[in-house]
Write a protein that binds this ligand. Sequence first.
Ligand code: HEC
Length: 150
Amino acid sequence: MSEYLTKARARNVFYGGSLFFAAVFVAMVVHSHHYIVTTSTAGMPLTDEVVLGKHVWEENSCINCHSLSGEGAYFAPELSNVMTRWGVTDDPEGAYEILDGWIKAQPSGAEGRRQMPFFDLTEDETRGLAEFLRWADHTDLQGWPPNDAG
Ligand code: HEC
């Protein structure tokens, strides 16, 4: 027997390596799935209001100025944690009222501040947005992005 990589050894390395990394891959898939199901997205159910709110969010291109979970534009504050900042994460009525008040007060006209345009939304649309933002707030982002006031 020679010390060199024979055909048989090369085949063993190939099959052994393939099996090993296939097993690693399966283990990582199982781990990710477990993680997603138990922690990442299970904070709040996807109700019809949340779904409506996501449509309103998309139709009005809020993402063109804001980021959500770190994705989007950096003109205006991150919004996946705005309900925490406002202290209404677990208060649907309070979340609606404060968001409604905010939207109706825009643009603020405050000197030297970036302005948010006025959006003419129905009550249902604003309620949906409030629930969508609460839903985003309940997603476990493992502390990121940091919750600095905007
Ligand atoms: C043209 C850019 C722009 C668009 C589009 C926009 N916003 Fe804003 N938004 C801003 C700016 C700028 C601020 C910060 C204003 C301030 O602090 O005076 C803001 C602030 C906010 C805040 C308060 C954030 C905080 O931390 O106090 C909320 C909530 C919000 N926007 C929701 C929305 C929603 C929902 C939409 C879509 C319907 C939207 N925005 C679309 C520019 C925008």
